[in-house]
Design a binder for this molecule. Structure first.
Ligand code: NAD
Length: 276
C-alpha cells in the first residue's frame, strides 16, 4: 500500500543546512555579530557568543537564541585584544561543543582622526582587535578544521578593506590587512575543505555607526538626518543602510556546502559603494 504519511526525513533538522555545525562569532553581543550569530543559530548551528555589554542583557539574549532555535548557545567574554584570552575561549568552546567548524571574525572598533594626530594607543588597539584577533583565532582553530575536511572562516572586513576614506588610517589598514589574511588562509585551507572569505559591508545601522552619526552631528553641528544623507549614505548608491540580516544570510550561505568553491574572496554588501 502507498505510504502517504510524512517522511521521517522531513524534520526540522533535515531542513537546517548548518545542523550539527558549531561556530564562534566574535563581537556578537550587538550589531552585525549578533545578526550573524542569530542567522547561524536559526540554521541549526551551535554558537559561542562573545563581546562586551551588560551581563544580564547578554544572558537573556543567549538564552533566547538557544530556546527559539533549539540549539546550544554559549557566551565567552574573551577580550579580542588578548591572545591568551582568545586561545582560552577556543578551549572552552571545544570543551562545550566538541569542535569548532565555523569562525566568524567580527569584533571591531573604530576611531576617526587625521593621521598626524591619530592616538598611538588607538592605532594599537584597532590593529589588535580588528586584525590580530582574527589571526589568533584562526591559528587556534585551523589545524583541526583541516583535519576534519570542513571549515568555514569568515572575516568581517569592510568596504574599507577595499577602498579608503580620510581620517580612518588604523581602521582602513586593519581592514585591508583582514582581506590579505583572508586570501592567505584560503590558499592554505583550499585542499582541506576549509574556506576563508571576507564580507565587506558598506554602512550597516548598528551601535558602532550610531555612535559615529552622533559624533559627526556634533562635530559638524548639523542635524542627524543630514549626517545620514550627506555623509554616511552619500557614497552608498542604494541610499539605504545594509542590514544585519543581509550579513547573516550571506554568512549562512558561505557556511553551506553550496559555497565549498567560494574561497579567498572579499564580498561587498555595500549597496554599490565600491562600484564607483
Ligand atoms: P558594534 O559596535 O555593534 O559591535 C561590535 C562588537 O564587538 C560588540 O559585540 C562589542 O562588544 C565587540 N567588541 C568590541 N571590542 C571588543 C573586544 N576587545 N573584545 C571582544 N569583543 C569586542 O559594531 P558593528 O557595526 O556590528 O561592527 C561589527 C564589525 O563589522 C566590525 O568589525 C566593523 O568594523 C565591521 N563593519 C561594520 C560596518 C557598519 O556599518 N556597522 C561596516 C563595515 C564593517
Amino acid at each position: 500500500m502507498l505510504n502517504v504519511s510524512k517522511p521521517e526525513t522531513d524534520t526540522l533538522a533535515m531542513r537546517r543546512p548548518l545542523e550539527g555545525r558549531t561556530a564562534i562569532v566574535t563581537g556578537s553581543t550587538s550589531g552585525i555579530g549578533l545578526g550573524i550569530a542569530r542567522a547561524l543559530a536559526q540554521n541549526g548551528a551551535a554558537v559561542m557568543l562573545n563581546g562586551f555589554g551588560d551581563p544580564v542583557e547578554i544572558e537573556t539574549r543567549r538564552a533566547t537564541l538557544a530556546e527559539e532555535n533549539d540549539v546550544d548557545v554559549a557566551y565567552d567574554n574573551a577580550d579580542m585584544s588578548n591572545r591568551d584570552a582568545i586561545h582560552m575561549m577556543v578551549e572552552r568552546a571545544v570543551a562545550r561543543f566538541g569542535q569548532i567548524d565555523i569562525v566568524i571574525n567580527n569584533a571591531g572598533i573604530q576611531h576617526v582622526a587625521p593621521v598626524s594626530e591619530f592616538p598611538v594607543a588607538k592605532w594599537d588597539s584597532i590593529l589588535a582587535i580588528n586584525l590580530s584577533s582574527a589571526f589568533h583565532l584562526i591559528q587556534a582553530t585551523f589545524e583541526p578544521m583541516k583535519g576534519r575536511g570542513y571549515g568555514r572562516i569568515i572575516n568581517i572586513a569592510s568596504a574599507h578593506g577595499l577602498i579608503a576614506s580620510p581620517f580612518k588610517s588604523a581602521y582602513v589598514a586593519a581592514k585591508h590587512g583582514m582581506v590579505g589574511l583572508t586570501k592567505v588562509v584560503a590558499l592554505e585551507g583550499a585542499e582541506y575543505g576549509v574556506t576563508s572569505n571576507a564580507i565587506c559591508p558598506g554602512y550597516v545601522w548598528t551601535p558602532l555607526v550610531e555612535k559615529q552619526i552622533e559624533d559627526q552631528a556634533k562635530s559638524h553641528n548639523i542635524a542627524r538626518d543630514a549626517v545620514i544623507r550627506d555623509i554616511f549614505l552619500k557614497n552608498q548608491p542604494t541610499r539605504r543602510f545594509a542590514t544585519v540580516e543581509e550579513m547573516g544570510a550571506l554568512a549562512v550561505f558561505l557556511c553551506s556546502d553550496c559555497a565549498a568553491s567560494i574561497t579567498g574572496t572579499a564580498l561587498p554588501i555595500d549597496g554599490g559603494w565600491t562600484a564607483h
